[in-house]
Structure formats: C-alpha cells, structure tokens
Unconditional design. Structure first.
Length: 342
C-alpha cells in the first residue's frame, strides 16, 4: 500500500541546483541524506520534495516534455515575512507579492535558478496569549530617584521620564521625585521608597562616565546590583535608567539627541511593569478565591472557641483536685498558680 509521495523537479545545471538548495534550506526544508551528487532530497513537515539536475545525456525530447512540468513549486510557510526577508537577502527576483487584508495571508512568487518558480504562502503565527502590562499610568503612583552628579545629563533624563509618565496618563501629584548625591546612592533611596508601599514602580536615573581609574567599574556594578536586588526583594518594579558611558558625547546622545532619551524609555518600562504587577496580582487572587482553604468547612470562630473550652476544662480538673481536701491536690494547685504568676 501507499507509504509516501515523492515529487521531483529538475534544473539544467549543478550550479543552479546548489543555489536552489541554499534557498530551500534557508526557509526550513530539512536535507535528507542521498548518495547522488546531482540530486538534493528534502523533507518537510508534510510531503517530500526533491530537486534534481538533469544529466548531460538527457534526450532533448525529455527536456522539452519536462519544461512546463518542472516550473512551479508551492510551499506553505509559517511566517511569510521571514521567508520574504530571506529571499531579499539572497537577491532573488520577486514576480508577484500579494496580501489579503481580511485573512492576513501573504503570497508571493520567486524566480529561482533553473527557471523554477516557487510560490510561498501563509500567515504570520499569532503569539500565544499571556500577561502583559498596558502603557496606562492612570491610578498608579511612581517614584523617581535621580542623582545630582552629572546633572547636565540627569536633568534631561528626568525631563524625559516626566514626559513619558504624563503621556501615559500619570497625574503630577502621583509622581514623587527624590534626589540623591550620585548613582551609588540610588539603590538605597529606591529601596526605602519601595518598602514604603506607596508606589507602583520606581524609576532610577543617573549618569556614570568612565574615568582613568577603576572607580567607574565599582560604582556601575554596585548600582546595577543594588537596583536589581531592591526590585527582587521588595516586589516593586524598578526601571533602570542609569547611563553607563565611555564619553560625554555618548551620554548626550542618549539624553535626548540621536539615540533618544533613556529617561523616557525607563518611564515607559516602569508603567508597563506596574501594569504587569497588578495583572499578576489579580490573577493570583482569582485563583486563591476559587480554591477552598483546608478546614474551611468549620468556621474559624468555632474552632477557636472549641480550643479555649478544652484548655479551660483541663485547668478546672486540676483545680478540682485541690478543692477535694487532698493535700497533694493543694500542692499541685499552688504549683500551678506560681507558674502562672511568673
């Protein structure tokens, strides 16, 4: 009975075979071992495709018969945009490129070596659903810790961070600014603000420029380690907006010139992470509320009251022994009362 389907296509020269093989491997075909140097065998998740070079002694009549049959290859891909980028990188000629606005499916045809036309089609795979934080700062409070050292740069970072927070909906009264002497002091201040419980995220801004000594490396390492440790141990998101540059020009470029403003980027990261924190908290609360706690069938008040009754009952037994006139019982009673007075 039928076991597999093998479809062959032919090219005229070995050089064309190599160029075609290179493209097919790039888009995801898996080579299958073959002993014939004039053939390339490929496997796909569904189907089997082989590319063959006609031998020099092939009759002209056979070549003419295969002329129309061997022109077209149709391939379905998981991401046509990536396949198109590969084709552009290999400088293959695009014959037609279309996309459906309704389904999002893209289809394009390429002219490959050996007069072969390959048509690739598919639609980009949708990423799996997950938890994401929205760039919405409404109803959230943010603290900004900014160093005064290299204020020529840090003040520009601060303006970028404030601009980012306002653009995402934060109110002026929901933003607290704390200034510290330098970048080394940023982690300590950020830790205090995070432990206060008043803020949804902390934005850390500073600027460090490399000098002639190892002082720069020491401060950079401690600053990054302290900010990361504070975020992990307090559970409050910390956005890292501390520039670590070799030259002043590098810092200027990242404080509002051609490399953007890293203060604004840090603020946007803080807003998103504050949203992630709330989303995770809501999901965790929902799971806890849906699962009954152990022993929830009995109210807590009854469990506590029953425990108290047991203790009182035990004490009354000891006291009762002493009230029957038994001397040993009296001594036990006095012994208990002494213990309690201690």
């Amino acid at each position: 009975m039928l076991k597999s389907l093998h479809i062959g296509r032919y090219v005229g020269k070995v050089e064309e075979l190599r160029a075609l093989t290179k493209f097919l491997e790039a888009i995801g075909f898996r080579p299958v071992t073959t002993t014939d140097k004039r053939s390339a065998l490929f496997s796909a998740p569904v189907g089997l495709l082989s590319i063959n070079a006609l031998p020099p002694e092939a009759p002209a009549e056979l070549v003419e018969q295969l002329k129309d049959v061997n022109r077209l290859i149709v391939v379905e891909v998981s991401n046509p945009d990536d396949a198109f980028a590969i084709a552009e990188k290999q400088k293959l000629r695009v014959l037609i490129d279309t996309a459906s606005p309704k389904s999002g499916e893209r289809s394009f045809s390429l002219a490959l070596p050996g007069d072969i036309v390959v048509t690739l089609y598919g639609r980009p795979e949708e990423p799996p659903a997950g938890i994401e934080g929205e760039l919405k700062a409404e109803g959230k409070r943010f603290a900004i810790v900014v160093s005064r050292f290299n204020s020529f740069i840090t003040e520009r970072l601060l303006q970028g961070a404030l601009d980012g927070l306002r653009r995402t909906g934060a109110r002026k009264e929901d933003i607290d600014i704390t200034r510290v002497p330098g970048s080394f002091e940023i982690p300590a201040a950020a830790r205090l603000l995070a432990e206060s419980g008043r803020f949804d995220a902390i934005i850390c801004l500073g600027c460090l420029l490399r000098g002639d000594t190892a002082h720069y490396d020491v401060i950079v390492n401690e600053c990054a380690r302290g900010i990361g440790q504070s975020a992990q141990e307090t559970g409050v998101p910390h956005a890292f907006g501390v520039l670590t540059c070799d030259t002043l020009q590098q810092a200027i470029d990242r404080a509002g010139l051609k490399m953007g403003n890293k203060g604004m980027e840090a603020a946007l990261a803080a807003v998103e992470m504050a949203g992630v924190r709330r989303a995770v908290g809501r999901r965790s609360e929902g799971k806890r509320s849906s699962v009954p706690s152990p022993g929830s069938g009995q109210p807590k008040s009854s469990r506590r009251s029953s425990g108290k009754k047991t203790v009182v009952g035990r004490s009354s037994l000891v006291v009762g022994k002493g009230t029957r006139g038994d001397r040993s019982g009296k001594s036990k009673t006095r012994h208990v009362s002494k213990k309690r007075s201690r």
